[in-house]
Design a protein around this ligand. Structure first.
Ligand code: URP
Ligand code: ZN
Ligand code: ZN
Length: 489
């Protein structure tokens, strides 16, 4: 992977770029579904982009033809919340960019926006570190920067990141005191710089200091099991922090994006702000849509698999999230793929959930999900008549691309867009099994769940990288994508 870009502001392809540039592919007889359209046509892809869309296109014998009869032809998924090869306190996530992006591709995702962590350093240093890790990406990748220390230099560096490095979003945490949390003043300052420079501020909204009190009290009372992770992170404190972030964004007149929203109180704050015309946006994740806090009642240490932040909530919250997706108060479904193995691993992967036996607060927070987003949302959303097919594409590809400055290169199927295309069988029944996944993590939150709808083929810039269970991609095939203005919708 190379971070350089050409004059057209498109990232340079890998060293085999010239060989592939002449590659032409025809996808025939498919049903093309975008955020707004649903029609039958053929797609001719050339030089990595969609060249022509039309009925019954004819090509020479040298062109590879893919028959998409009976399949949906979707724009590649865009996942704007992943933590690959990511340091979190003393732990590091289990997936490298190589393994995580391969898993993403098998799940129909062709672009990620991943979190680079400032970790107290200068932003250029943090981004350079991230580029080093991201060099093995198999799909296209972009970066958000997590700000942990907001000095005058950081604010100046933000401008350089936005205008010269294509990093047009920043995440700040109101949770995890002593690790990632920033104070309200820092958040406010960052919001104003983001506003003035066309960037989007992403906020992890939970009240960290109050949660810290609850954690200390729980541990002092001998409550050490994983389920206390959930009871010490109440939905009220997600609502409070979301409301606070919105008020700060209002004062700063800055667009805002609430990440991994899980709670009805938080959603109500976003909806109320949007009704007043405040540019507040929010995402939720499949685990909040399909799982509840009942998982924390599983036997033994199993609930540790479900220790992610915010925690799983009850059915009431879940119903409100589905409502928020239908009212457009939630605009994006991303994964928050933050994988830590459940069991200790013999080789290579140092950290596991087992670190938290005897103290829930030591369980690395985060869960996998990068490979199952599209099938889960299709099955549980479209097939269960909760969202339309167009809305499915909008939530998983188009809106994330628009909000984060990737559209129209990514997030749609249109002439001139990158030929990132997924052929999806809407009728295939299958069962989710971690052993069939391509992530390095050793479990799935959705183990044994039967779903209908499966990714059959994936094209990255016109190149076939997934064909059924066959992997045709390779590490380094991904490009770094410099993003444009974010949060402008
Ligand atoms: O539990 C989670 N979500 N871990 C990743 C860090 C974050 O808060 O996004
Ligand atoms: Zn977060
Ligand atoms: Zn996250």
């Amino acid at each position: 992977m190379r971070p350089a870009i050409d004059a057209d502001n498109r990232a340079l392809y890998d060293p085999c770029r010239l060989a592939r540039a002449s590659m032409t592919v025809l996808i025939k007889n498919g049903r093309i579904v975008t955020a707004v359209d649903d029609y039958s046509a053929d797609i001719l892809c050339e030089d990595g982009r969609v060249h022509t869309i039309g009925g019954d296109l004819k090509v020479g014998a040298d062109v590879r033809v893919h028959d998409a009869s009976g399949l949906l032809v979707l724009p590649g998924g865009v996942d704007v919340h992943t933590h690959l090869d990511w340091d979190f306190g003393v732990a590091r996530t289990a997936d490298t960019f190589g393994s995580g992006t391969k898993a993403a591709a098998f799940g129909g995702t062709t672009t990620l926006v991943d979190f680079a962590n400032q970790n107290g350093r200068a932003l250029p240093e943090a981004l350079a570190d991230w580029h080093g890790r991201a060099a093995s990406a198999c799909i296209d990748v972009a970066a958000h920067l997590i700000l942990t220390r907001v000095t005058d230099q950081t604010l100046a560096d933000m401008r350089a990141m936005i205008h010269h490095e294509g990093v047009s979003s920043f995440k700040l945490f109101l949770a995890y005191p002593g690790v990632l949390m920033v104070d309200d003043g820092s958040l406010f300052k960052a919001m104003r710089v983001a506003r003035d420079n066309g960037a989007l501020t992403c906020v992890h909204a939970e009240n960290g200091p109050v949660i810290q009190v609850l954690i200390e009290e729980a541990l002092a009372a001998g409550h050490t099991l994983p389920k206390y992770h959930a009871s010490t992170r109440p939905s009220l404190m997600e609502g409070e922090a979301t409301q606070r972030a919105i008020r700060l964004a209002e004062l700063a007149e800055a667009p805002l994006y609430i990440v991994h929203l899980s709670a009805a109180e938080a959603l109500a704050a976003v909806a109320e702000a949007r009704d007043r015309g405040v540019p507040a946006h929010a995402e939720t994740c499949p685990h909040y849509l399909f799982l509840t806090q009942e998982e924390y009642e599983r036997a033994g240490f199993e609930p540790a698999k479900y220790v992610m932040t915010p925690p799983l909530r009850d059915h009431h919250h879940q119903a409100m999230l589905w409502r928020g997706l239908s009212t457009n108060d939630l605009q994006v479904i991303s994964t928050d793929h933050c994988p830590f193995c459940f069991n200790e691993q013999p080789l290579g992967i140092k950290y596991s959930k087992q670190q938290g036996i005897g103290n829930f607060n030591k369980i690395p927070n985060g869960a996998p999900g990068i490979e199952t987003r599209l099938p889960l949302v299709f099955d549980g959303g479209v097939r269960k008549n909760r969202i339309s097919l167009n809305r499915f594409v909008q939530l998983t590809s188009t809106m994330p691309a628009k909000l984060f400055g990737l559209f129209p290169r990514k997030g749609t199927i249109a002439v001139g867009s990158d030929a990132d295309i997924v052929l999806f069988d809407p009728e295939e029944h299958w069962t989710i099994r971690a052993q069939d996944h391509h992530s390095r993590v050793d479990y799935s939150l959705f183990e044994g769940r039967s779903v209908t709808g499966r990714v059959k083929k994936v094209f990255l810039r016109g190149e076939l990288i997934v064909e059924g269970s066959k992997w045709l991609g390779r590490e380094g095939l991904g490009s770094f994508v410099k993003r444009g203005q974010a949060g402008a919708i």
